[in-house]
Design a protein around this ligand. Structure first.
Ligand SMILES: O=P(O)(O)OC[C@H]1O[C@H](OP(=O)(O)OP(=O)(O)O)[C@H](O)[C@@H]1O
Ligand SMILES: O=c1cc[nH]c(=O)[nH]1
Ligand SMILES: [Mg+2]
Length: 216
């Protein structure tokens, strides 16, 4: 299943426009805040797919029966740009377990690069729900290699949600092929093209740099 929020009518569209807008996106605090807001709203949408169990609570005036999440998901993210989006998810799933992965593009000659995964921190994910979030899905390699490093070392999740804010068609097809049936894709917008340097067009530019500043 691939869900693309830009095809639906919601306030997410305003936040998507703001993070793409080359004037508004210069406000770093607003850029991060918009990623966080998109994260919270997508988390709410994903929460509708999770299992809840009934629990009675004692109020000052009596007993009320309501519902709690049956089990906590694991919120995984990819450094750096994943951090504000992750924060939005964590504000909704506030008791979740968390995973962090460092993945970066190691450039060779010309436009060639490999994605290197180095630091991974994750609890046991066997049979649990994994929500892996990274705002940009360009070639899809960072997302797939991050997923692969989690599954290899920490177990196979029962269910996986792959979340990106701006994706490319190529990235979506790559993830569908590599991760397959067990994953649902929640995408803000899916753009048509990639540049020779594998940047999404129209995209938004470099999400990590916009959130945290340029790096060497
Ligand atoms: O789909 P891909 O082709 O792998 O590209 C997507 C990756 O690029 C961005 O990270 P980047 O490597 O720019 O690191 P940063 O967040 O530290 O800037 C983004 O957050 C993804 O992790
Ligand atoms: O368009 C892109 C591709 C990868 N990483 C980004 O931040 N932007
Ligand atoms: Mg970057």
């Amino acid at each position: 299943m691939v869900r693309e929020f830009q095809k639906e009518n919601s306030i997410i569209n305003t936040y998507l426009n703001e993070i793409r807008d080359n004037t508004i996106q210069k406000d770093r605090m607003r850029f991060r805040a918009n990623l966080k807001r998109i994260g919270s709203l997508m988390a709410y949408e994903i929460s509708k797919k999770l299992d809840f169990s009934e629990r009675e609570v004692i109020t000052p005036l009596g007993k009320a029966s309501g519902f709690d999440l049956k089990s906590q998901p694991i919120l995984g993210t990819v450094l750096r740009a994943g951090l504000p989006l992750h924060e939005g998810f964590l504000s909704v799933f506030d008791k979740a377990d968390n995973a962090f992965i460092s993945a970066y593009r190691k450039h060779h000659s010309g436009d060639e690069f490999e994605v290197e995964v180095e630091y991974v921190s994750c609890p046991d994910i066997e049979n649990r729900t994994l929500i892996l979030v990274d705002p940009m899905l360009a070639t899809g390699r960072s997302m797939y290699l991050s997923y692969q490093s989690l599954v290899k070392q920490f177990g196979k999740p029962a269910k996986t949600y792959i979340v990106s804010v701006i994706a490319s068609n190529e990235g979506v097809e790559y993830i569908k092929e590599k991760i397959g049936k067990n994953a649902e894709l929640y995408m803000g917008a899916i753009d048509e093209e990639l540049t020779a340097q594998a940047y999404i067009v129209p995209g938004l530019g470099d999400a990590g740099d916009l959130a945290y500043g340029e790096k060497e």
